[in-house]
Ligand binder design. Structure first.
Ligand SMILES: [Zn+2]
Length: 202
């Protein structure tokens, strides 16, 4: 078991026994980089946040435990770690009595939206819980990460101004954008093939 203080974060990293020593340094660096996107957790001394890196036998890539620990699999993506750290923010904000409109609501979809909204840099994988069109999730995520980040930011803003259904709003907005883009691509395809527009719409 190894414990490490991450800058001004009161985190401990716990590596399991079978975790290869050669990968520990890489993971410490990675966690430090990811945590830099979560200033809310900085300088908290009231509780210890434990980050467990565990071997690949765990079925889920990550999970938050007892609101003050997260465990991630050693092959977890940046996204998975960021999503789990967002669960810690949910707990910390609740504990601190952050006003409702500024707080990340509990729930997996809320966690996904607020993680998407935080930074494009954390989005190496699509979110697990939000409903996304098939090709957004499976065939062109790198192209969609930036769009999802911007739309998620807007959803968070809208929620702050009173929109209750901000999750549905996000999912519908992404669905609409993807339909529009598909249409545009089809249209571009026709133009490239030299087919007259009258024929296309006739
Ligand atoms: Zn979660």
């Amino acid at each position: 078991m190894k414990q490490m203080k991450l800058d001004d974060y009161n985190f401990e990293i716990h590596f399991t026994r079978r975790f290869p020593a050669s990968k520990q340094e890489m993971w410490e660096k990675r966690l430090r980089e990811i945590l830099n996107y979560f200033p809310e957790l900085r300088g908290r001394t009231t509780r210890k946040l434990k980050v467990g890196i565990i071997d690949q036998s765990l079925i889920a890539a990550g999970r938050a435990k007892d609101t003050d620990q997260i465990w991630v699999r050693m092959d977890a993506s940046v996204w998975t770690v960021a999503h789990e750290v967002t669960h810690l923010v949910q707990a910390v904000q609740y504990e601190d009595g952050v006003p409702k409109e500024d707080r990340i609501p509990f729930g997996e979809k809320a966690c996904d939206i607020y993680t998407l909204a935080r930074s494009r840099d954390l989005l190496d994988q699509p979110p697990h819980y939000l409903k996304l069109p098939f090709h957004v999730r499976f065939s062109s995520w790198p192209n969609w990460a930036g769009i999802c980040h911007r739309v998620a930011k807007e959803a968070v803003e809208r929620r702050r101004s009173g929109l209750r259904n901000y999750i549905k709003w996000f999912e519908t907005r992404i669905d609409n954008i993807s339909t529009d883009l598909e249409l545009e691509n089809t249209y571009r395809g026709y133009v490239l093939k030299g087919i007259p527009l009258e024929e296309m719409f006739g």
